[in-house]
Design a protein around this ligand. Sequence first.
Ligand SMILES: Cc1cc2nc3c(=O)[nH]c(=O)nc-3n(C[C@H](O)[C@H](O)[C@H](O)COP(=O)(O)O)c2cc1C
Length: 375
Amino acid sequence: MLRFLTAGDSHGPALVGILEGLPAHLPLDWDKINTVLKRRQGGYGRGKRMQMETDQLEILSGLWKGETTGMPLALKIVNRGEKKQETVRPRTVPRPGHADLSGAWKYDWAHDLNPIIERSSARETAMRVAIGAICKQFLAAFGIQVVGFLRALGGVEIPPKTTDLSKLEALIQKSDFYSTNPDFEGQLRELVDQTRKKGDSLGGIVEVITSPLPPGLGSAAHFDRKLDARLALHLMSIPSAKAVAVGDGIEGAGWSGSQFHDPIRIENGKIVRNANHAGGVEGGMTNGQPLRVQVFLKPIPTLLKPMATIDLTDGSSLKAPYIRSDIVIVPAGSVVAEALAAYVLAEAFLEKFGGDTMEDVRFAFKSYKKRLKFI
Ligand SMILES: Cc1cc2nc3c(=O)[nH]c(=O)nc-3n(C[C@H](O)[C@H](O)[C@H](O)COP(=O)(O)O)c2cc1C
């Protein structure tokens, strides 16, 4: 069973994580993980803090000479922007749209919102991205590629330029918006610059697609083992995510059944589907097609032109405080979504083919593939 836990505050000394359940003898490329962490900090429209932090993943245990040992990985990312608690003044004015008010009530921190702000900040996603980047390397050992990218920003739809995953990855690497279509860069830059001038923020859509997945990841046996449900749990947990769609789930709700479902036929002895409206999951299990999921992110709550709120000490009306913030985080959201999808897929893969060593997993995967027909 693959599982993880994270802890750590936005301005505390470090973020920490434990990832348990990876088989022994998976070589990990640390530079690749740190590159993904850097991408999470980037994307056009980010704030000053992102320029200050250069995240580096440290390993405390679970790795021996570059390979997993089969024991838990203990992980750490130092916060470059650490603030000593004694120097932080209490905050009592909640920002609409953030966790401030709900957290103040729930944990009794109305007299100082800082503890809530510290943990609900999306800084927490850095450790989950590191864990997802490790899972991506596990999946790559079985030929599975996972790619996240920007699909829409502030209402501007950016259709992918190609369906070839390696070409998509190359385009994303070059884009300031992690988009797959360079024709849109100018328009998006203009949009973000205008939004910044207005003191506002923008939301958007990110998409994750994979290479064709082995059929049968996930389960039809029980609700909490369904792959689409598990993807939705993790992807909805991205700070600012407000909806998740598998395949054409959102538009498809308005189509007829004959339009939505992907016919099954045989070509050269193999099953072929004419389309992938299902997004690669049917009945809670992968169906041999690529996975395709979208996450819908709201505009972030901290605004340079702040909204109305109150002071929790006396109920007086005032404007929300501006805490150093991003304008647009949707490109970074695609990095987070990619990492979380990779985690869920690695978890489901290990459930099906799990073993203590990479060799055990390879053996189970190979014998499963042998018994499948028409693939
Ligand atoms: C990568 C990333 C960076 C974010 N940065 C900010 C930020 O600088 N300021 C802000 O107000 N919200 C930011 N958010 C969004 C908030 O963390 C989020 O809206 C808040 O935690 C409340 O959660 P909810 O929107 O899911 O309800 C960011 C989200 C992500 C994914």
